[in-house]
Ligand binder design. Structure first.
Ligand code: HEM
Ligand code: CU
Length: 562
């Protein structure tokens, strides 16, 4: 695949060749993977802010028993849209559409993705998906059935209405988000398989690329199940076809099976790219080759395979046959093995390394520690008797935020701090970055750790009001949640100052070894001046000699591998 060999100017020089193009053409309708990646990020962070504000309103309502900041109906709408937006409009598009788009072609030494126009189309589906999901608030109230949208709650019509328009908006929004991520997945799969630089065998791919490869295969395999489920529910709500109505011969559990056949793998769609980000950061900031490259790469593949086989662990309380429960319980516990292999490899990489505690590593360590807590409570919940007891309690809210926030969101910010210089050409203020980390890390744990306790004490999840005995716990949690929300202000301030008058970023501020660090910050249009030729793996710090370069300089090392 030929890579466009345009000069390595800055982002703005790059657009000089299209100087006559309008602002919209350059910044919104561009087919450059870097512009598209950044647009995914801006859009994702916009939805993150709204969904985060919804969470703060919920916490305000929960601060005291009996408070009426919002009605129970509105509480349900806020929590449904908070969860759905965090998953479908922030975490997945941010990691795959955002980081995947910006980094993947650069890391494999390609000029762009395989199908740049398809890539733009994928992005253009994303903002409307979000707008439609939120539009429910304008049509008599947004969806209220939780982000899992279980029938029969989701298929009921609110009193006095012909249809549940909020639920219809939810379904249409999620369908559009699914179309968008399916197109991206096809594009990335072709790009990773066909467009890697010469010499970059599978075993020389950066671990982020391995993670992305497994992620897009998962996406392609399971999103059709979700699309099917969503379409059936839409047909039931609009035309009354009783797919999930047991009174008319439907099957109410069918929704749960189809939904979780997608949504359990989606948990890995949200965590594998994060693990990839962390696998890039830890060796660079330990000044050591990664420990267990193949172990990490293959454990991503193992997680990808096992992810298909455990979905009904979400349905223990719904009445699954007991012999199936035993199977799903054991299979779920087995997934902890490849995950543990990764955690072990990261810790072994840090061990006796020259550890530099800059912001990217801090956030990566935040990821490893909090994700491990979430993983451990996940093993508790995999056990059928424990799940029967805790599934409906705040213990589950604690678990899922440790995985999704402590896991994915910490990894997203690790990635932002790591590649901000590459993406913007500017450095961030390191002191403010560290301040953001400590504020976020401490207030995250203070917010969500006590939720384990109130869950075990019996506070149910998905409630707008609760027994007064939990009052002081909830006041404490709400207070911490406001600090957590405020911690992001430090980031936005830091980002604004950096963009306005930040120090100029060099091509390789951290001493990275993968190909994106060989091009200027930000990279020019077409990415690379010379087609790279890869002669070693990406983490070989023992080989200080450059392992990439013009394709003529095929090294002796490469002759052996070829
Ligand atoms: C400031 C940060 C956050 C706070 C204070 C917060 C708070 C909450 C609250 C109060 C609920 C409702 C719990 C209930 O009524 O049972 C909730 C639900 C949920 N949150 Fe968050 N959240 C935050 C960030 C996140 C993030 C970053 C994600 C994902 C990336 C996320 C995903 C979810 C999901 C999926 C649910 C639905 C849980 C269910 O199925 O019952 N949240 N959150
Ligand atoms: Cu699951």
């Amino acid at each position: 695949m030929s890579t466009a060999a345009v000069g390595v100017g800055s982002h703005h020089d790059a657009h000089a060749h299209g100087g006559s193009q309008s602002w919209i053409k350059r910044n919104i309708l561009s087919t450059d993977h870097k512009v598209i990646g950044l647009n995914y990020m801006y859009t994702g962070i916009f939805f993150f802010i709204i969904a985060g504000l919804f969470a703060e309103v919920m916490r305000l309502n929960l601060a005291q028993p009996g408070s009426k900041v919002v009605s129970p109906d509105v509480y349900n709408q806020l929590s449904t849209i908070h969860g759905s937006a965090m998953i479908f409009l922030f975490t997945i598009p941010m990691l795959v559409g955002g980081f995947g788009n910006f980094l993947m072609p650069l890391m494999i030494g390609a000029g762009d993705v395989a199908f740049p126009k398809l890539n733009l189309a994928s992005y253009l589906f994303f903002p409307p998906a979000g707008i439609i999901l939120f539009a429910g608030f304008l049509f008599g109230g947004a969806a209220q059935a939780g982000w899992t949208s279980y029938a029969p709650i989701s298929t009921q019509t609110p009193l006095g209405m012909t249809h549940d328009y909020g639920q219809i908006c939810w379904l249409l929004g999620v369908i559009l988000a699914g179309v968008s991520s399916t197109m991206t997945a096809i594009n990335f799969l072709v790009t990773i398989i066909n467009m890697r630089a010469k010499g970059m065998s599978f075993h020389r791919m950066p671990l982020f690329i391995w993670a992305m490869l497994v992620t897009v295969i998962l996406t392609l395999a399971v999103t059709p199940a979700l699309a099917g489920a969503l379409t059936l529910q839409l047909l039931q709500i609009i035309f009354g076809i009783p797919f999930f109505d047991w009174r008319k011969g439907g099957n109410v559990l069918l929704w749960q099976h189809m939904f979780w056949f997608y949504s359990h793998p989606a948990v890995y769609i949200m965590i594998l790219p994060g693990m990839g980000i962390v696998s890039e950061i830890i060796p660079i900031f330990s000044r050591k080759p990664i420990f267990g490259y193949k172990a990490i790469a293959y454990s991503s593949a193992a997680i990808g395979l096992l992810a298909f086989l455990v979905w009904a662990h979400h349905m223990f309380t719904s009445g699954v046959q007991s012999w199936l429960e035993i199977y799903f319980m054991i299979a779920t516990m087995i997934i902890a093995v490849p995950t543990g292999i990764k955690v072990f490899s990261w810790v072994a990489t840090l061990f006796e390394g020259n550890v530099v505690l800059d912001a990217p590593l801090l956030f990566a360590l935040g990821f490893v520690s909090t994700f491990t807590v979430g993983g451990i409570t996940g093993i508790f919940l995999a056990s059928v008797p424990v799940d029967l007891q805790e599934h409906g309690s705040y213990f589950l809210v604690a678990h899922l935020h440790y995985v999704l926030f402590g896991g994915s969101v910490f990894a997203i910010f690790a990635g932002i701090y790591m590649w901000w210089p590459k993406m913007t050409g500017k450095m961030l203020n390191e002191k403010l970055s560290k301040l953001h980390f400590w504020l976020m890390f401490i207030s995250f744990n203070v917010t969500f750790m006590p939720m384990h306790v109130i869950g075990l004490l019996g506070m149910p999840r998905r409630v707008a009001d609760y027994d007064p005995q939990f009052g002081s716990w909830n006041l404490f949690i709400s207070f911490a949640a406001f600090v957590l929300g405020a911690s992001f202000l430090v980031f936005f301030y830091n980002a604004a100052v950096s963009l306005a008058r930040g120090q100029k970023a060099p091509a390789n501020p951290w001493g990275g070894r993968s190909l994106e660090w060989t091009v200027p910050s930000p990279p020019g249009h077409g990415n690379i001046a010379v087609e790279p030729y890869v002669t070693a793996g990406p983490y070989e710090f023992n080989h200080p000699a450059a392992w990439f370069g013009p394709s003529e300089s095929k090294s002796a090392d490469e002759a052996h591998h070829a």
